[in-house]
Design a protein around this ligand. Structure first.
Ligand code: NAD
Length: 425
């Protein structure tokens, strides 16, 4: 297991430093800097839930809404002990950049509950989720703020949220509120392909990067941190490209096999252990702190934030890092990687497949349509490739790295909106 997520304030500082760097490069006005550094709303709720043993526990939930100049707030809900107001602020700001870069009609929000869900039964998780949704009340809504899954939340949690939110409405009106959350199960208004969209997007952007560098992903070795929704699906699509998985790290263990680990076989194993990789018989378990130093061509961090820092960045052997997670590299770690010539495909581009597919789900619900997998993948590919090309063009125009270029494209779109509309009153 790796070290704890570095202090959460680190992620907030990271996102602001990244913002300032791009703002300087693009000569952003002081007024826009003030507006975009502020988070519009920071909601904290405390709510009681009855546990299986009859006792009552009071939980704390968060929702931060950063900016909605381009449309409703959009972003995930995370169930993890590290969730707090600073983590939610950082992640909400990243969502604003991500939705803007992807050209979506959304702003950015993020939140969650400060819990370790492994300590609760399914019944308790359902009651916690429903009561959290009720406590958020009209702070979320299909045209206002639309949550989605993130770390330790999934389609089932989204189904409970949608059902709870809809149940607070007049019965004749309920079906108008389906799209209050995305990432629902397909049987409950979810989108075919939403489950794999983030991992698919990670590999699609890696492929676009490889094409740009005139190389192939075939036979390239890679390591993945996190074998949940993003890491697992990214590994499946990396296999399609002919890449070789050398090591995986999750919250339970770090496993290594220099001859390759078959992602599908590992998924089948994890399905028998509640999703954990510990004990997988076809790889050796190695110390967690050796993970980022493992010899490979590509590194895919797909777990938590601030995993690659000044403490371990110099160990990285990969030539490119594809950020499946949000904020996995802090600015000090990034400076070391850049000096060592490691390319970084930034999170707001690399993992944007999830929010793009969420947008498709929202449209599907809003319009009473049902989309199919082939259409979803085709449209996803098109959007991801367009974003990638915009970022590469901005990197050339501003003579800068891909992260700063991605920020410039994202911030530029919001800046334009403010210049057109002005600031009320
Ligand atoms: P998940 O809960 O499905 O999986 C998280 C994985 O990380 C699990 O395998 C878990 O064991 C592992 N993990 C947790 N703590 C760890 C630790 N200390 N060391 C190593 N591994 C650890 O979550 P997810 O949805 O796959 O999200 C992963 C990352 O991707 C997050 O940063 C999230 O914000 C980001 N992301 C997710 C989506 C999405 O659609 N789910 C979209 C964009 C970005």
């Amino acid at each position: 297991m790796i070290a704890n997520e570095k202090k959460k304030t680190g992620m907030y500082e990271s996102v602001l430093q990244q913002f300032e760097k791009a703002a300087d490069k693009m000569n952003l006005s002081n007024n826009m800097r003030k507006i975009l550094k502020a988070t519009n709303n920071e909601i904290v709720v405390h709510f009681p839930v009855k546990l299986d043993d009859g006792s009552v526990e009071v939980f704390t939930g968060y929702r931060v809404q950063h900016n909605n100049a381009l449309g409703p707030y959009k972003g995930g809900l995370r169930y993890h002990p590290t969730v707090d107001i600073d983590a939610a602020k950082a992640l909400a700001i990243w969502m604003t950049w991500k939705t803007s870069l992807a050209g979506l009609p959304y702003g950015g929000g993020k939140g969650g509950i400060q819990i370790d869900p492994a300590h609760y039964s399914i019944g308790e998780l359902e009651r916690i989720t429903r009561r959290f949704t009720y406590a958020l009340g009209e702070n979320i809504g299909p045209e206002y703020d639309i949550p989605a899954p993130d770390v330790n939340t999934n389609a089932q949690i989204m189904a409970w949220m949608a059902d709870t939110y809809m149940s607070t409405k007049e019965s004749s009106e309920r079906s108008r509120y389906f799209h209050v959350v995305t990432g629902k199960p397909v049987g409950s208004g979810g989108l075919e392909g939403r489950d794999r969209a983030t991992g698919y997007g990670v590999v699609a952007t890696l492929k676009a990067w490889a094409d740009w560098k005139k190389m192939s992903l075939k036979d390239k070795s890679y390591i993945v941190q996190g074998f949940g929704n993003v890491g697992l699906w990214a590994s499946v699509f990396m296999k399609e490209q002919g890449s070789v998985l050398r090591a995986v790290q999750d919250a339970s263990a770090t496993i290594y096999n220099p001859n390759g680990i078959d992602p599908e076989d590992l998924i089948a194993y994890a399905n028998t252990t509640g999703g954990l990789i510990k004990g997988y018989p076809k790889a050796e378990e190695v110390p967690g702190d050796s993970f980022f130093g493992i010899d490979c061509d590509i590194c895919i961090p797909a777990a938590l934030g601030n995993q690659i820092t000044e403490l371990n960045a110099s160990e990285i052997r990969a030539k490119v890092i594809a950020e499946g997670a949000n904020g996995p590299i802090n600015p000090e770690g990034e400076a070391i990687l850049t000096a060592n010539g490691v390319d970084i495909i930034p999170d707001i581009l690399c993992n944007s497949g999830g929010v793009i597919a969420s947008y498709f789900e929202w449209l599907q619900n809003r319009n009473g349509e049902i989309w199919h997998m082939e259409d979803v993948i085709t449209k996803l590919d098109k959007k991801l490739l367009t974003s990638f090309q915009r970022v590469v063009a901005a990197a050339a125009e501003y003579d800068t790295d891909l992260r700063t270029a991605a920020y410039i494209v994202a911030i530029g779109r919001i800046d334009k909106t403010y210049r057109e509309r002005g600031v009320f009153p």
